[in-house]
Design a protein around this ligand. Structure first.
Ligand code: HT7
Ligand code: ZN
Length: 874
């Protein structure tokens, strides 16, 4: 396999300045004629060959400035077209290729989803459409002519503005689109199909009217309204918060059913996985509504952070992704509840990114090498990337961060740039040195922050000892100290924040300690009584923190901390402490469980906390989270069993309070996706799940009743999952009913049934999944269906995936081998579920190795899957 290194980055000898593309689409195939205006870059020597990327293209003809090239003047192989001796001046290269979208199951390049032709070009899909310099630092203006059969493709779309359309004879019609903004090829898009649409408009702050449209399968138009509403709110927010206006007259979104990812930010023509567009209360949950709002915003925000300013090379992926995730997180925080959003994001980070950072697939947010770039669209690049930007904002303050962003837009608009350039604008705008901060982008692994403290009553001094350490990760044996912004407060015995008169031994800035060394001992003087430290408020740095707080101090924080994040964290820490100790052989005492139970009861009864917060707080850490904290020799069955017992011990005594609260939260109001209504449903459904899981009397029947009477998918699915996760006597019946009455005719609801089915922590689940896959009607080419089934199994069903007999591992390895032939991106992503294997106990490790080894000996794996497999086994 060919490894690409950041250190080898070089400017291309030639650049494409404009691309005129002419697509002739027919049922059988698509003919693509490209007229590329090309110039040598400064310093290119005469005779330097021009090498264009290509993949699965059937080459017809090649010409330069209108003259066909003789065979010896060019060479084409499986991955490139080389022009042996191009002119050392501006010239037009003309190529004609034929491609077969209907057989394109990789879903990269031009492919068909249902009857619709659509494209996905990021990262390297454009080379599957035509020969090109398919690299993000080549910015060109595009003009695109599409000719297609009028009957099957009445809608013809591409980037930019529609400048011409008409009849092309023989039942064909055409449209011509022109995008005035130079862009890299990965932002190219084309759609041709028979689609319905909804339209709207947005007037920008400077008074320009933008026409908005969302295209979808006929009949689904009314399911696009929430997406449209989210789009308009995103456009307004980016103006308010970052001063960024939209720049074209048209903004189109197209929803398609077959898509490798969530969505794609193509200039002026976003293409979306339809699950992130369609919403109606009967089929979409609150989580779906949230996801749509978030991803619509994310793709829209890319117009500035990604499109207007793009990446120089794919190593810089987190330049656009980390920053844009940060921006979408801020949007949701401003639109909904900031603390609830922060807690949810940290839950995601810990569930998805921390395990990546601590396992065989660990890599820096800006990697320095890759074999297959598609394997680097990871939680590290996206979510840790966002955390890094968030730390920058924390360190610089809101105004300082905005100054840096303004300078970034001013200085780099229209460029393909780097992380270095991004950091430089913040350093310059704020006159600070960010050299050490940059290490966050270069170093993999989650730092461990250890804290101990002491109080000296005689001198009224309080001392905090802080230590950071990052374990080695693949290819990075040595780690250096990072800059950790640690937001904090000292909480006094009456629950309010204490002040101090002096501080020595560290960089303490009002409510923040900045730790930039391996350790620090910070002494606060003038502290009249022993405080309880509230550290890492708002989760101000993406670290794992070991604090030596007693359970009593943690519960004190859970009750008094004015930082909602740390209040939530304190409850989690108590639950984690009890679970880990019990798994380790030290059973919890009645008193300690009672204290946690009491804290949960107080949380539920609080009149100041909101419902959404309560729903998050009334929980124990997930099994995967507990396993990760244990860190080695994990037996998932034991983790499952102990967590279940703890859940029962903590929550069963609250049966009556939970039931009363559940009943009081019932509502006859019609469904609305606003924060308050969503919060109410999430608390009610959380209580139902807790009552079922802790075997409260009548809870099984209550779940069945809620399932049957539900007036929206949020409540119905919650009742179903509460039943199936606890595998109640009703569970199988409810699962069957859900399939027959809700899932069978709606693919996005079917995904929910597949996910619930695959998450049942009971023997027999593998056989049930196998039966689903063996059904001839099951669409093995659709990523959503495959991910719902297999992604849920590997990530949400640890006891069955990591079965001691190896059956789960064998099953997934066989699946990966089969799907790899159809869609390598899906196969590689499912395979990443194995990353937990080095932490398992010996027998499970052995079983995982056998399954992975078997996959390796199969040979002929895609580059995507072979790369993950090699790193997994290294
Ligand atoms: N920038 C987009 C990434 C993406 C993608 C990557 C690989 C294969 C298919 C893909 N579809 C979209 C999405 C985003 O982060 O906004
Ligand atoms: Zn993105």
């Amino acid at each position: 396999e060919q490894t690409i290194y950041l250190k080898d980055y070089a400017v291309s000898p030639y650049r494409i300045v404009s691309a005129d593309l002419d697509f002739k689409i027919t049922e059988a195939d698509t003919r693509v004629r490209a007229q590329l205006t090309i110039e040598p870059n400064p310093g290119t020597a005469a005779g330097t060959p021009l090498v264009l990327d290509g993949d699965e293209l059937a080459l017809g003809s090649v010409a330069i400035d209108g003259a066909p090239l003789v065979q010896s003047a060019y060479a084409a192989d499986a991955t490139s077209l080389t022009i042996v001796e191009p002119p050392l001046r501006r010239f037009v290269l003309e190529t004609e290729v034929t491609i077969k979208p209907a057989g394109n199951t990789k879903l990269m390049g031009l492919y068909r989803s249902g009857g619709t032709w659509c494209t996905q070009c990021e990262a390297e899909g454009f080379r599957r459409i035509t020969y090109y310099l398919d690299r993000p630092d080549n910015l060109a203006v595009f003009k695109v002519r599409i000719t297609a059969p009028q009957a099957v493709a009445p809608v013809l779309l591409s980037n930019g503005n529609l400048i011409e359309q008409g009849d092309a004879g023989d039942g064909m019609h055409f449209a011509v689109w022109e995008d005035p903004f130079p862009k890299p090829s990965y932002l190219f898009a084309l759609v041709a199909g028979d689609l319905g649409s909804i339209t709207d408009s947005f007037t920008t702050a400077s008074g320009r009217k933008v026409d908005l449209a969302i295209y979808c399968t006929h009949g689904k138009e009314d399911q696009c309204l929430w997406a449209m509403d989210s789009l308009k709110r995103s456009m307004a927010w980016d103006e308010r918060r970052f001063g960024r206006e939209y720049d074209l007259d048209i903004f189109n979104i197209v929803a398609v059913s077959d898509f490798n990812f969530g969505a794609m930010e193509n200039k002026g023509l976003n293409i979306f996985n339809d699950k992130l567009v369609f919403a109606q209360p009967e089929t979409a949950t609150d989580a779906d509504y949230d996801g749509i709002e978030r991803v619509i915003a994310h793709e829209y925000f890319h117009n500035w952070t990604g499109n207007r300013i793009t990446c120089r090379d794919w190593f810089q992926l987190c330049l656009k992704e980390g920053l844009t995730v940060y921006r979408d997180q801020e949007f949701t925080s401003d639109e909904r509840s900031r603390p609830v959003k922060r807690i949810s994001d940290v839950v995601t980070l810990r569930a998805a990114q921390f395990p990546e950072d601590g396992g065989p697939l660990a890599h820096p947010a800006r990697p320095s090498q890759y074999d297959e770039i598609n394997n680097f669209y990871t939680a590290t690049v996206y979510n840790k990337g966002a955390e890094i930007v968030r730390m920058l904002a924390t360190l610089l303050g809101e105004a300082g961060f905005r100054k840096g962003m303004d300078l970034y837009f001013e200085r780099h608009d229209g460029e393909a740039t780097t992380i270095e350039a991004f950091l430089a604008v913040f350093a310059e705008a704020n006159d600070v040195d960010l050299e050490q901060f940059k290490t966050w982008y270069l170093q993999a692994g989650t730092p461990r922050l250890s804290v101990s403290d002491s109080y000296d009553a005689a001198s009224q001094t309080y001392t905090l000892n802080l230590k950071q350490e990052t374990q080695p990760t693949p290819g990075q044996p040595e780690k250096s100290a990072l800059v950790l912004p640690i937001k904090f407060a000292l909480i006094g015995p009456n629950g309010s924040e204490m002040s101090w008169t002096g501080v020595t031994g560290g960089d303490v800035r009002q409510d923040m300690i900045v730790l930039d060394a391996a350790s620090a001992t910070i002494t606060f003087s003038g502290v009249p009584s022993k405080p309880v430290p509230s550290l890492l408020r708002e989760f101000s740095a993406p670290v794992s923190m070991d604090s030596a707080l007693s359970q009593a101090d943690q519960l004190f924080l859970a009750q008094h901390d004015s930082d909602p994040f740390n209040r939530w964290q304190a409850l989690q820490d108590v639950g984690m402490g009890l679970a880990v100790a019990a798994i380790d052989g030290t059973p919890w005492s009645d008193a300690s469980v009672k204290a946690l139970s009491q804290a949960m009861a107080e949380t539920l009864a609080s009149d100041t906390l909101d419902d959404a917060f309560k729903a998050l707080a009334l929980s124990l850490p997930a099994e995967a989270q507990i396993s990760r904290t244990i860190g080695k020799e994990i037996d998932p069955d034991r983790v499952h069993k102990v967590r279940k017992e703890l859940l029962k011990a903590v929550f069963a005594p609250l049966a009556l309070e939970m039931l009363n609260a559940y009943l009081a939260l019932s509502s006859e109001a019609p469904y609305a996706p606003d924060a308050a209504s969503t919060g109410r449903r999430s608390l009610r459904n959380r209580l139902l799940a807790l009552m079922v899981a802790s075997d409260c009397a009548g809870a099984v029947g209550l779940a069945a009743q809620q399932y049957a009477g539900a007036r929206n998918m949020t409540d119905r699915l919650a009742a179903l999952s509460a039943s199936t996760l606890a595998w109640t006597p009703d569970a199988a019946k409810l699962l069957g009913d859900f399939h027959a009455n809700f899932a069978a005719n709606d693919p996005l609801v079917l995904d929910k049934w597949l996910a619930v089915t695959a998450s049942v922590p009971e023997d027999g689940v593998i056989e049930r999944i196998q039966a689903v896959l063996a059904d001839p009607g099951f669409p093995k080419t659709n990523p959503n269906r495959l991910r719902s089934l297999m992604g849920s199994f590997t990530l949400n069903n640890p006891t069955q995936f990591a079965r001691a007999d190896g059956a789960g591992f064998r099953f997934v390895a066989d699946f990966v081998a089969e799907v790899d032939k159809i869609n390598p991106q899906v196969a590689a992503r499912v395979l990443t579920g194995f990353r937990i294997w080095p932490m398992l106990d010996q027998s499970r490790r052995d079983a995982a190795k056998v399954a992975l080894g078997g996959l390796q000996t199969k040979g002929s794996l895609s580059r995507n899957t072979a790369d993950i497999l090699a790193r997994m086994l290294a």
